[in-house]
Design a protein around this ligand. Sequence first.
Ligand SMILES: [Zn+2]
Length: 101
Amino acid sequence: MKTSRIICSECEAILSVHAEACHACGYPVVSRGQPALPDENETNVAPLREYKLMQLAGIAMSCAGFAAVLADALVIASVTVTVGVGTYMTGLLGAWWNSAE
Ligand SMILES: [Zn+2]
């Protein structure tokens, strides 16, 4: 069984929970009740990137739709442009909604 570890709040060295001060920088260990190795990977994974991808996909579909117009494939063009613009607008709204907070 592993002994619990904590991270120095000053220099992020890994310390034993029994240490009274950081062996690297000497910073006193504040609390022994700290959870072991707090997960710092959960820092704001912004969904904004997904919405920007939606905007790019919408633009690409719209371009394909206009290319279909030039090829006289009007049904395909209208569907592609509609879906493309819809995807783009969804991305815009999503980005706006998430950045407004
Ligand atoms: Zn330290």
